[in-house]
Ligand binder design. Structure first.
Ligand code: TYM
Length: 345
């Protein structure tokens, strides 16, 4: 199904695409893949693409052990490669390797209202859950806006949960442009229709998330037996009919969405195929399809992780591609706001 976006993904050869993922765990879950990184791999053919690991963002909720964060960052790169993102066609880098993100973020923070930042639903949800609410959690969406605007990105492939952050990014771009003259491209969210919000298997009213209990989350690096068990225990709905109806049948509809996306078919086809069969048959099919995808994915991740120096080289190459673009935007922005340019001696 085509994603929702106000510009067609194929309108320009040079349309610039950017997105990021937080290295907050050792494994992407299937929501991250179907909502985001699968599209990243698809977009790299016809677009100029920048993909990064949002390691600065990964400090906002918990500050993991330093060695753990390092390991997660490398493993996140390995998973992007396993998802089909190709370092020869995409700039893959760490947010912390490009200082421009935080340099721009400061200027954007000063354009953002305190109340405006406080209204972000992810901030409200995460701060309601967390014991410790950092200032970084409040300013997180502004750093995200800087991540996007610094590359003058046209499209941002993300899941539904990021829509509000992209809206804020657009507002900040427009606000800056109105105050200081045309500077930023105003980006569009690029959100897949059917898999924009994969739901938790144990609570199909909530999105699948790293922060919910593990039983409801399909981690792509889970063992095949664990994936199968989680799918077989997925909460389904009353009745026995297999129908796509997210309102009254969120559990079954979620399984259909996962199966359709993983096996590159349509939900309509699946509904026809499962006509007259029960939830058990659907779960078997979902488990088989997910395992068939996850097993080779995990093998590719293991292979890549066997050579961490190569991962570091990929990141160095990506940062070299990203830095000049970021530096040019920061220089332009700093001049426009009136910072005295440093004299080079
Ligand atoms: P993060 O790391 O939480 O998630 C990475 C991507 O996965 C998508 N996603 C989902 N899609 C469908 N169903 C789900 N259940 C699901 N859960 C997560 C997210 O929408 C996201 O696209 N703030 C971002 C990272 C970020 C970023 C950026 C993204 C930092 N700077 C600039 C785009 C542009 C985040 O926390 O994603």
């Amino acid at each position: 199904m085509p994603p929702t976006s106000s510009t067609s993904p194929a309108t320009s050869q040079r349309t610039r695409v950017l997105s990021g993922i937080q290295p907050t765990s050792l494994s992407q879950h299937i929501g991250n893949y179907l909502g985001a990184t699968k599209q990243w791999a698809e977009l790299q053919d016809d677009h100029e693409v920048f993909f990064f690991l949002a390691d600065l963002h990964a400090l906002t909720v918990e500050a993991p052990e330093p060695a753990v964060l390092t390991q997660r960052s490398r493993q996140a790169v390995a998973q992007l490669l396993a998802a089909g993102v190709d370092p020869d066609r995409s700039a893959i880098f760490l947010q912390s390797h490009v200082p421009g993100h935080t340099q721009l973020s400061w200027v954007l923070e000063c354009l953002t209202g305190y109340g405006e930042a406080g209204r972000m639903t992810q901030f409200k949800d995460k701060s309601a859950r967390g014991e410790r609410v950092s200032v970084g959690l409040l300013t997180y969406p502004i750093l995200q806006a800087a991540d996007i605007l610094i590359y003058q990105a046209h499209q941002v492939p993300v899941g539904e949960d990021q829509r509000q952050h992209i809206e804020l990014t657009r507002n900040l771009a427009q606000r800056f442009n109105a105050r200081y003259g045309e500077t930023f491209v105003v980006p569009d969210a690029y959100i897949p229709k059917a898999s924009a919000k994969i739901l938790d298997l144990q609570d199909p009213t909530a999105k699948m998330s790293k922060s919910l209990p593990d039983a409801g989350t399909l981690n792509l690096l889970d063992d095949p037996a664990v994936l199968t068990k989680k799918i077989k225990r997925a909460v389904t709905d009353t009745g026995s009919e297999i129908r796509f109806d997210p309102q009254t049948k969120p559990g079954v509809s979620n399984l259909l969405a996962i199966l359709a996306a993983v096996s590159s078919t349509t939900i309509d086809t699946l509904v026809g195929q499962f006509d007259g069969q029960g939830y058990g048959a659907l779960k078997v099919a979902v488990a088989e399809a997910v395992v068939a995808f996850a097993e080779p994915f995990a093998t590719r991740v293991r292979e890549t992780m066997a050579d961490p120096a190569e991962i570091d080289r990929i990141l160095a190459r990506g940062a070299e591609q990203a830095r000049p673009v970021a530096e040019a935007t920061v220089a332009d922005v700093y001049e426009r706001v009136g910072f005295l340019p440093p004299l080079r001696t």
